[in-house]
Design a protein around this ligand. Structure first.
Ligand SMILES: Nc1ncnc2c1ncn2[C@@H]1O[C@H](COP(=O)(O)OP(=O)(O)OP(=O)(O)O)[C@@H](O)[C@H]1O
Ligand SMILES: [Mg+2]
Length: 559
């Protein structure tokens, strides 16, 4: 039981307990502060099983932290960061003598023990004020007076938050913007030294409870970034991966210019990101709670719908992601603009179930906007719009392309009949077969021949067939024959920590070679040759585990 951590006796005894605490840049200037109960007493929540030995180890290990590039220069310079924080939060109010400065550059190891680090952080304890809740008008009132138990942090989380304060990522943490099954989101603020206006931030804390991860399985199975499998059964590791996934996905969205919170800092299961809301700390409403006012509300809804379809295409084509939980709950709204959030479950577009998730996203979006009175397009039309390799990925061309879809859609009967027709087609589309793997698509060569005919139009995944799957595979093999070097693109094992760019080139459209049109016998022969070539290649292949080790040993470098 972790509560045993309250008593000193339960903490594995160090070789020697110094009477004074040494803190970086402060020297042995103060007797070790007793750790307030608020810090030491917090039992792990969520039914987490605790291994006492390493309960806080990873919190104080900076090896696996992620930050956005913006923070790189700053936050890795601990001296600078520490001094800044000391000025900001530390000793200005206390009567203690000015701390001695230390010319040596401190590192994480400067601290003599985790215990000391805990004490050192305790001075920030008062800056976490979770009962200070800001609620924007649209949200349900009952959420405002949440049970305090929901707001109690387990000790690891509290330590991470204190560390974030200590490092100047945020200065204070306020109440929860949202408490959910899987995560709580807190509002935070960063006060700046130069007196410029404070910056609001949002902190998403993933819960480590076992129950809530049940339905995560389907997103993970087939996701190569989770391939190692060893994570299964270890909640803390899973949650960490989950947070990391959200961080990386947000980074992809952000760099693709899709409106979303900019990810700033990640430590284990705690993610600090840009706050989407006003200067006073009120978060933008979810699209679900958005109130569009004015006489042109109808047009505003339609514009938002078109904006969202553009975002979905951009997400798919540029970020190579499917959101996989897109709905009015995971989109924030402000001033005619939509912000995409909650991308921890988003999958790569080559995830075995990516197309299924995309279809589900399209349904949710369509259903919601229809309820707002928007004349929506058919699910099938949108699916094709999003997955078609050709076409724009930038505004305003994206919106124009959607407008074009309205223009060219078959004339419908109008009124109820039209609605019924749309309903039927959507229903058919939603039940249509979507291959689970792209291999399945490749095998169905007959489908390739259907393309360009009326039958081909009915294929849900025709855009993938057209010149991505069939051609890219053949091209790849041809490339192999020429250069003998593209084995890498066959690799699925891009680890979670690796750059995904290699992956993303996989579906890039190349120049068509017309292989689909050669005669059947020749095609079969070609296929055999390809298989043989692959077999040969495999013999020389370095095992993935070895490769990883080699890469790790030659390029392991912390950010
Ligand atoms: N960057 C942000 N700025 C402002 N508000 C945010 C931000 N991120 C999240 N929120 C608020 O927190 C809520 C929950 O966030 P999110 O959807 O990411 O969590 P979640 O994974 O759905 O959590 P759960 O499933 O446990 O409810 C959002 O609906 C939004 O109101
Ligand atoms: Mg959500």
């Amino acid at each position: 039981m972790a509560s045993s951590q309250t008593g000193d006796a339960s903490i594995p005894a160090g070789p020697h307990q110094p009477p004074y605490t040494y803190s970086a840049n402060q020297g042995y200037d103060q007797p070790a502060e007793p750790v307030p109960p608020a810090l030491r007493g917090g039992a792990p929540l969520d039914g987490e099983v605790v291994d006492e030995d390493d309960y806080l180890d990873d919190v104080f290990d900076s090896a696996d932290e992620l930050e956005d590039d913006v923070w790189d220069g700053d936050a890795t310079d601990l001296t600078k960061s520490y001094n800044r924080q000391r000025q900001l939060h530390g000793n200005s109010q206390s009567d203690a003598p000015a701390p001695r400065s230390n010319a040596q550059k401190p590192t994480a190891n400067t601290f003599s023990s985790i215990d000391d680090q805990v004490s050192a952080l305790s001075k920030h304890a008062a800056k976490i004020r979770l009962d200070d809740v800001k609620q924007s008008g649209g949200r349900e009132k009952d959420k405002a007076d949440r049970a305090t138990s929901e707001l109690v942090l387990d000790q690891r989380t509290r330590m991470i938050l204190l560390q974030m304060i200590n490092r100047g990522v945020v200065s204070e943490i306020h109440g929860a913007i949202s408490t959910g099954k899987e995560a709580n989101v807190y509002g935070a603020v960063l006060h700046l030294e130069d007196g410029s206006p404070s910056i609001q931030r949002a902190i998403k804390v993933y819960k480590t409870s076992i129950l809530v991860f049940k339905d995560r399985e389907r997103y993970i199975t087939g996701e190569h970034r989770f391939k190692s499998g060893s994570e299964k059964g270890n909640n803390r590791k899973m949650v960490k991966l989950w947070a990391e996934k959200e961080f990386r996905n947000l980074r992809r969205l952000h760099s693709a210019g899709i409106a979303c919170p900019e990810p700033l800092k990640l430590k284990l299961h705690v993610l600090v990101m840009e706050f989407l809301g006003d200067k006073r700390g009120y978060a933008y409403p979810r699209l679900r709670d958005a109130r569009l006012e004015g006489e042109d509300a109808e047009k505003q809804w339609r514009d938002l719908y078109i904006q969202l379809l553009g975002i979905m295409r951009r997400l798919y084509q540029v970020c190579k992601l499917v959101h996989a939980d897109l709905s009015e709950y995971n989109i924030l709204y402000n001033d005619n603009k939509l912000y995409i959030i909650d991308v921890s479950q988003s999958v790569e577009h080559d995830h075995p179930r990516a197309l299924e998730f995309l279809r589900m996203d399209i349904k949710n979006v369509g259903d919601y906007f229809r309820r707002q009175g928007v004349d929506t397009l058919q699910d099938r039309t949108i699916f094709n719009f999003i997955t078609a390799p050709d076409g724009p990925v930038e505004e305003p061309a994206l919106s124009q392309a959607v407008e074009h879809l309205y223009e060219v859609r078959p004339a419908a009967a109008g009124g109820d009949a039209e609605a019924a027709e749309l309903e039927v087609d959507n229903e058919v589309f939603r039940n249509q077969y979507i291959p689970q793997t792209l291999e399945e698509v490749y095998d169905i060569e007959k489908d390739a021949q259907k393309l360009g005919t009326a039958q081909g139009e009915q294929l849900v995944y025709r855009n993938l067939l057209a010149d991505q799957v069939v051609l890219s595979k053949e091209q790849k093999v041809e490339g192999d024959e020429e250069s003998g070097s593209s084995e890498e693109s066959e690799e699925e094992g891009a680890s979670l920590g690796s750059d995904d760019s290699e992956d993303e080139s996989r579906f890039e459209k190349g120049t068509p070679r017309g292989k689909r049109f050669i005669d059947k016998g020749e095609k079969k022969q070609h296929k055999e040759a390809v298989k043989e070539a692959k077999r040969e290649k495999r013999k020389e292949k370095i095992p993935k585990s070895l490769k990883k080790k080699l890469v790790a040993s030659s390029s392991r470098k912390k950010k």
